[in-house]
Design a protein around this ligand. Structure first.
Ligand code: C2E
Ligand code: CA
Ligand code: CA
Ligand code: CA
Length: 277
């Protein structure tokens, strides 16, 4: 038994060393990836359920690694957050999304919007870069209304003055705010009242098992009614089936996003979706 224990310990430390090494390698490579142009923004359509139209998209980052293929943001965003690389990556995402939104506004729909994800780390960074957003937008000749910032509940929890002032800076630039992954964190009914939020995104853990009589259905309906009373529009995430979509339409949900409509795709493929819709 002792021998077995020792072996197990041995394997355990080996596995740990391996994962630490992998992390260190990824960190080093991520540093170079941005400069080497290996980061891409993919776009997933957000469908307006009332008329089946696409006037919004969520930008989702991808790392096209030269030898390891595509690396998921779930894997590298946490590393970017720990190492501070998230700040320059976030700036890149913002510029890329603004440029893209500007193009699609000019060529496709004058009110087209792109949502970008902001990590809590970026939000806490107190260089107040966001204060520069209005100027940057003006330079590109674009209104902030082309951008929606997705933040998570956790961010509003440590609702310092800094967070409040950053949200106000967004507002001043005309940028709208969406509360992402709603229902998964510490529930923030009071934050909905306290902060001026434009969209609430119901997390896919609620939409996954929608059926007419399920508890999740009751929750979705209640969230939608509450949000509407507060003047907030609702986006359902992770919609994969026609049944889910129809139940959400019946519950008066405003928007839906998910594989039923499209996976996140590169800009040229997204344009094809736009012209087909
Ligand atoms: P998220 O913001 O909650 O994004 C939604 C995730 O659900 C995306 O995963 C999307 O591809 C996936 N998804 C969309 N529709 C469906 C569906 O019908 N079924 C299922 N099972 N999944 C669906 P993705 O692209 O792997 O991104 C994972 C997370 O990485 C995002 O979660 C977000 O937190 C983070 N992330 C992505 N891009 C960025 C970025 O530019 N900046 C920051 N800070 N975080 C990002
Ligand atoms: Ca999101
Ligand atoms: Ca989400
Ligand atoms: Ca509002």
């Amino acid at each position: 038994a002792k021998q077995l224990g020792r072996n197990r310990y041995h394997y355990f430390t080996q596995a740990m060393q391996k994962s630490t090494q992998k992390r260190m390698r990824l960190t080093n490579e991520l540093r170079g990836a941005q400069e080497a142009g290996q980061l891409r923004l993919y776009y997933q359509p957000i469908i307006e359920l009332a008329n089946n139209s696409i006037h919004k998209a969520e930008a989702l980052i991808r790392w096209q690694h030269p030898t390891r293929g595509q690396i998921s943001p779930a894997e590298f965003i946490p590393i970017a957050e720990e190492t501070g690389l998230i700040n320059s990556i976030g700036e890149w995402v913002f510029h890329e999304a603004v440029k893209q939104a500007s193009h699609w506004r000019a060529t496709y729909h004058s009110e087209f919007q792109i949502s970008i994800n902001k990590s809590p780390v970026q939000f806490r960074d107190d260089t107040l870069k966001y204060a520069a957003w209005p100027d940057q937008l003006k330079e590109i000749g674009l209104s902030g209304q082309s951008i929606v910032v997705e933040i998570t509940e956790g961010m509003l929890m440590d609702a310092s003055d800094l967070i409040t002032s950053k949200l106000l800076a967004f507002r001043d630039a005309g940028v709208q705010v969406a509360l992402d992954d709603f229902g998964t964190g510490y529930s923030s009914l009071s934050y909905l009242k306290k902060f001026d939020i434009d969209y609430l995104k119901i997390d896919q853990s609620f939409t996954r098992n929608l059926s007419p009589t399920s508890a999740d259905m009751a929750l979705c309906e209640a969230i939608i009614v509450m949000a509407h009373k507060l003047g907030i529009k609702v986006i359902a995430e992770g919609v994969e089936t026609i049944e889910q979509r129809d139940l959400l339409i019946a519950a008066d949900c405003d928007y839906a996003q998910g594989y039923l409509f499209s996976r996140p795709v590169p800009p040229d493929e997204f344009e094809r979706l736009l012209t087909e819709s």
